[in-house]
Ligand binder design. Structure first.
Ligand code: FES
Length: 165
């Protein structure tokens, strides 16, 4: 083999190595992009104020004592009690129906199997196995926030579930 042939073979090997490295880099870049797209698809970013995020409900003085206010996007009711605030999940603990607040009766009245709950979410009658679930409420300054990313279940009402004003 002449010196020229050896040099040519060496250059060919370098070219093959370069192509191999380029292919490996392309495969890694493609895999990284595909993984990123898959993660975004599986864990979509939540819009601020949507269910699953911390939702601003309003200012403290917008809620009269005794009021029950529904937030459709957040799927909760803000209940203003004399001692403070609760945020009750609208989903019935029995079989998951949406529970409306009955303004005339002043009770939550599940239309599916007639479980009744008072404004603290306690079961008054019907098949519900426990009170309405709730979300933590935070008062920052004079604003009320509900963390719909943290659903809390309970077996009975306790004053610790109320966020004082
Ligand atoms: S789903 Fe509410 S009582 Fe059955």
């Amino acid at each position: 083999m002449t010196e020229g042939q050896r040099m040519s073979e060496k250059r060919g090997l370098d070219r093959r190595q370069f192509i191999g490295i380029a292919w490996a880099a392309a495969v890694v870049a493609f895999a990284a992009q595909a993984t990123s797209a898959f993660i975004k698809f599986m864990i979509p970013e939540l819009e601020p104020g949507a269910f699953g995020t911390k939702v601003r409900a309003g200012e403290v003085n917008e809620f009269e004592v005794g009021s029950v206010t529904f937030f459709r996007e957040g799927r909760f009711y803000v209940v203003r009690l004399p001692a403070g605030f609760m945020a009750l999940y609208r989903k019935c603990p029995h079989l998951g129906c949406a529970v409306p607040w009955d303004h005339a009766l002043e009770e939550f009245n599940c239309p599916c199997h007639t479980s009744l709950f008072n404004r603290r979410g306690e079961v008054l009658s019907g098949p519900s196995p426990r009170p309405l679930d709730y979300f933590p409420v935070q008062i920052i300054g004079d604003e009320v926030f509900v963390d719909t990313g943290q659903l809390m279940t309970r077996q009975e009402f306790d004053v610790s579930q109320v966020t004082p004003v």
